[in-house]
Design a protein around this ligand. Structure first.
Ligand code: PBG
Length: 329
């Protein structure tokens, strides 16, 4: 006869025993910290809905990078907040664009720190969509023109790799985007640069604070034609399978908290590294409740992160990365 309940209890009797049998841990090695860079000098502007997250001008980047490195973080995700926007998002693939310039500076300061470049057009287009769009006024519907968008996206990825980006993270979810970028990178001599694909990206209200931060809310229509319906799980597998076939090196699920089942399904079906993106509203909600004194921020965040690991994530993109690095020390 066996008494599994008692056996389980026995394994939790001491701190050391609990440590010994623990299934998942979060370490600083798992984390990727997003940074927003912008033009100008002396700019350190806090994003209203994301306390502790800033727009930084390039001259203030050094201080930030020094802190990130001293905390033991190994990777950052770079977002550009450009001054110039146009219909084609041309500042995204300008060799002297904000992301390219920031990447060069960061790699000069901290060659070991991995720079993940977010490869998308939405922060760089005046309409705020992730590619070249055709807008149908009657239907208030924005359709992204797939192939012209792919060309610009590939140009953006290559210019980011030329600036020194270590990982290309294309986020616009268009058909064939991983294949197009892989080909573009290979032809330009960047066969060694991996692609972290935003494979499963839902059309989500959890991006709200980010859009404020990146000034990238769509000016008309929405992103539902190229981002996924939160009601669909099998479709997520289809998207991921496509990206794997096209040559993705890492698969991302975004947002993370409301999509733990998707992280788990991807983990079970693919042997590539899985990335969870703990997005802006997931951060803002915790910060707001913590500021009210309603929750214990540190415990909530640590529990959330180990939840992502348990669900099957190998790495986590999170605005809490610096806080976590301090707490985990
Ligand atoms: C799109 C992009 C988005 C986020 C990062 N890049 C989403 C979107 O606006 O559709 C959201 C990240 C977050 O909410 O933290 N390039």
């Amino acid at each position: 006869m066996s008494f599994p309940l008692i056996r389980g209890r026995r394994l939790r009797t001491s701190h050391a025993l609990r440590n010994l049998v623990r299934e998942h841990t979060v370490t600083v090695n798992d984390l990727i910290y997003p940074i927003f860079v912008t033009h100008g000098t002396g700019v350190k502007e806090e994003i209203g809905s994301m306390p502790g997250v800033y727009h930084l001008s390039l001259d203030l980047l050094e201080e930030e990078i020094r802190e990130v490195v001293s905390l033991g973080l190994q990777a950052i995700l770079l977002f550009g907040v450009p001054h110039e926007k146009d219909a084609h998002g041309s500042s995204a693939y300008d060799p002297n664009g904000i992301v390219q310039e920031a990447t060069r500076r960061i790699k000069a300061m901290a060659p070991e720190l991995l720079v993940v470049a977010d490869t998308c057009l939405c922060q760089f287009t005046d309409h705020g969509h992730c590619g070249v769009v055709h807008y149908d006024e009657k239907k208030n519907r924005a359709d992204v023109l797939n192939d012209p968008s792919l060309e610009l996206l590939t140009k953006t990825a290559v210019s980011q790799a030329e600036a020194g980006a270590d990982i290309i993270a294309p986020s616009n979810m268009m058909d064939g985007f991983v294949h197009a970028i892989r080909q573009g990178l290979d032809q330009a001599g960047f066969e060694h640069v991996p692609i972290m694909s935003y494979s499963v990206k839902y059309a989500s209200a959890f991006y709200g604070p980010f859009r404020e931060a990146a000034h990238s809310a769509p000016q008309f229509g929405d992103r539902k034609t190229y981002q996924m319906d939160p009601a669909n799980a099998r479709e997520a597998m289809r998207e991921a399978r496509g990206d794997v076939a096209e040559g993705a090196d890492m698969l991302m699920v975004k947002p993370a908290l409301a999509y733990m089942d998707i992280i788990r399904s991807l983990r079970n079906s693919f042997d590539l590294p899985i990335v969870a993106y703990n997005v802006s509203a997931e951060y803002s909600m915790v910060k707001a409740a913590a500021q009210q004194g309603w929750i214990d921020e540190k415990s909530i965040v640590l529990e959330t992160m180990v939840g992502f690991k348990r669900a099957g994530a190998d790495m986590i993109i999170t605005y809490f990365a610096k806080d976590l690095a301090r707490w985990l020390k």
